[in-house]
Ligand binder design. Structure first.
Ligand SMILES: C[S@@+](CC[C@H](N)C(=O)[O-])C[C@H]1O[C@@H](n2cnc3c(N)ncnc32)[C@H](O)[C@@H]1O
Length: 221
């Protein structure tokens, strides 16, 4: 289903047909950290995924890092601890407020990833990272968003995306059966269909399956 942008009287955008509206994430902000601490589907291996993203990013002081869909800041804080120049975006003000409480040193920008990046987000970034966000978008939207990020990357920059992801549909189906009532249908990554689409954008892609339902994509131009 295509999302459609509309503007209300105040000039603020609304997206119609929105499968995952901003208000849902605002409501979730208070209990989000509890949800991820269960280590159950869809967050099986959550902490390992965040740790591996930071390792793959080669976290070090002054690295310029953009975290997309920061949520309550659980990935971002790993970069803040190493004194990175950290920029965090999310479309949920309530989520960003939670992150701001954990990481006062970071820059926070309210933004819907389906729209253009706001002017505060100035390239170049050494790393663009994201965890558990892109499964809210269909594949063509994932690809559209990632294509627009290329211009934000510094030379030899990398995009590192950890998310709910499977090698292919067969693996997804196995986990779906195993999880039974816990399963929810969202736009989970299938590496075998995403990799060719990402390569078409000009990325070199490496994919690693991290847990039964999570994987990490490393993208380099
Ligand atoms: C499951 S949480 C992940 C949060 C955090 N990255 C983590 O790993 O814990 C998904 C986050 O993506 C944000 N998000 C979802 N759709 C978005 C969109 N269209 N634009 C910007 N942020 C979005 C939500 O507000 C939420 O904070």
């Amino acid at each position: 289903m295509q999302n459609k942008l509309l503007y209300n009287d105040a000039g603020n955008f609304m997206i119609t047909n929105d499968t995952f509206p901003r208000s849902e994430f605002d409501d979730w902000a208070e209990t989000y950290d509890l949800s991820v601490s269960t280590n159950k589907f869809p967050f099986t291996g959550y902490k390992t995924v965040l740790k591996k993203i930071a390792n793959l990013a080669g976290v070090k002081p002054r690295l310029r890092v953009l975290d997309l869909g920061t949520g309550t800041g659980n990935l971002a804080i790993r970069f803040a601890r190493s004194n990175c120049d950290l920029w965090c975006t999310d479309f949920s003000a309530a989520m960003l407020e939670k992150a701001r409480q954990k990481i006062p040193s970071a820059h926070f920008v309210l933004n819907d990833l389906r729209l253009d990046m706001p002017s505060e987000i100035q390239s170049p970034f050494d790393r663009v990272v994201s965890a558990y966000v892109f499964h809210h978008f269909e594949l063509d939207q994932k690809i559209r968003i990632l294509g627009k990020l290329i211009r934000l990357l510094a030379p030899r920059g990398r995009i590192i995306i950890g998310d709910i992801s499977f090698h292919d549909l067969r693996n997804l189906e196995k986990v779906k059966i195993m999880e039974g009532d816990n399963w929810e249908d969202e736009f989970y990554w299938l590496a075998d269909e995403a990799i060719p689409a990402l390569e078409n954008l000009g990325f070199k892609v490496e994919y690693t399956q991290v847990s039964s339902c999570a994987g990490i994509f490393v993208l380099q131009v």
